[in-house]
Structure formats: structure tokens, C-alpha cells
Design a protein around this ligand. Sequence first.
Ligand code: RIB
Ligand code: CA
Length: 315
Amino acid sequence: MTSTRIIIDTDPGVDDALTILLALASPEIELEALTTTQGNVTIENATRNALSVLELAGAANIPVARGSSLPLVQPLRASGLVHGITGLGRSNLPEPKNKPLAPHAIDFLIERFLAEPGELSLFAIGPLTNLALAIRKEPRFAKSVRELVIMGGAIREGGNVTPLAEFNIYVDPHAAHIVFHSGIPIILIPLDVTHKCILNQAHIDRLARIESPISRFIADAVADYLKISLEWGQAGCALHDPLTLATIIAPDLLTLRECAVDVDISTGVSMGKTFADFTNRAGISANMKVAMEVRGGEFIDLFLQRMENLSRAVV
Ligand code: RIB
Ligand code: CA
């Protein structure tokens, strides 16, 4: 099997951390690097967390490039509400031994994608600030990306940070607008499908049967995310970011629709709202494929199997 070579742009973040672990546990994926951005947490915490999670999983060889500390126009919105002050819930990973690379994430992305045009896929699971700046700084960048998979947006689903907008897009709607209109081949994984991929306490208890730093980290990292999700009336915590990897490890679980998608960058109540023209009423050509259906239970089971394998491997 030839594995898909990917770079993940991330704001770890609990579900970001689970995505990094899932990528490392999936033979279909070759995780080549992480780039960090502000979002769930500050850029300092995001970068430290990215390094720490890689070291936890025995993947300290994978480089991390530190990225944007602020959105393009909007103020920083990082808070400890969902992911905790450190960004990884109640977990308490040691300070990472490694440091981030010297180049800024934007320059790292430009250098890596221009070095091998069409060979690398990019997964964006935080605000899109780094990607927007790479697109603007280097006109050849967009054409060098094989495929871009974005966790973000809410099409028919309500928002999770305002009644209309999803967090990653809301934090930097201007960056999303640049990325959505860049011409890069995009798959969007919105709340419409991630809200159907719910991890609950029984799943955590299943993982805990395997004594491992990985299963312990997952239980500690998810604990408060799960608690606040239940308080909000959900059946558990949504695996927003990990679902992006289903495009490689289980594409049959997703139903994609090709259509024109845009984002509201006005400063009113609908700022950050993403909307799709499924009936082509506006006559605008499609700019992405959007996942509108998922077999969420099967994805959760696949996630758990992969985390059990990783827990057995990392002792
Ligand atoms: O709306 C969910 C997204 O916002 C996920 O990427 C999560 O990590 C947060 O960044
Ligand atoms: Ca994220």
C-alpha cells in the first residue's frame, strides 16, 4: 500500500491531539510535519502541545514549525473553555525536549510544497491563517498542494461558536475566504458530519482496558471536553478534527457533494457563516467537495481500534 504523505496545520487542542495520534496509528498515512497556529490556544501552547504529543507517541522525529500568533483581522480568541488552559485538558505531558524548526510555518509550508509540487496533501484542523498567508506570499503555493482537507464550517448545521459559525472559520473568516477562493482542491469536513462522530465515556473506558501512556493521555485530555459536551446536551464529545483523516483511511464512510461554498466576512451576526450553493442558483462554479453525510458510528469504531493498536505499541 502506498501511504498518503500529509502535513497537518493544527491548533492543539484536544481533538487536534487525537488527530495527530490517529495519523501516527494509520499505515495509510505518512505524517511528514506539523505546522501550528493560534486557535484553541495561543501559538506558544499550540506549539508546545504539538511537540509534546509527538514525543508521547514516540514520533519526535517529525518536525514542527511554529505559525501565526494572531488572525489576519480578528482579535485572538484562544480561551481555556473547551480544551483547558494548556489546551490538552487535564493531561500533564512533560515539557517537550524538541524545539520547533527555525523557519516560520508559512515559509516552511511554501518551501515544502514548492519542493515537491502535487506530492503532499495538507490537512487544516485549526483557523486557516497560515494557509492564507502562504497563498498570498507565494503565488505558486496553491497549485503545489495535491489536496487540502479542512475541518471547518457549518453548512446546514448551526454553529458552535455563534449560532451560525463554526470555530475554525469564525476565528479567522478572512483567511478562510482567501483559502476557499484559492483554487486549491478542497474537501470540507463541516459540523454537519463531525457532530455525528461522538466519543462517549464507554469508549474511553474501552481504551482504558489497555494500560498505556496513550490510553491514559486520551482519558485525561478528553475528560473536561466530554464533561462540557454533556453539559451542553450532547451525547459525548465530537471528534471534529480526527474525521478529516477518514478521507484517507475510510473514504467510503463519507458522502461528498461538489458545490460552491463561500464564507461571510461581514462584521454582522453571520460573520464566519459558511454557505453552500447546492442548486447552483448563483451560477458560481464549484470550489470544493463538502462532506454532508457520514457513517459516524463506524468511524468512531475505527478510531478506537487504531487507538487500541497505538496504546499496545507505546508502553
Ligand atoms: O469547531 C471545531 C474545531 O474548532 C476543531 O478544530 C477544534 O479543535 C476547534 O479548533
Ligand atoms: Ca483544531
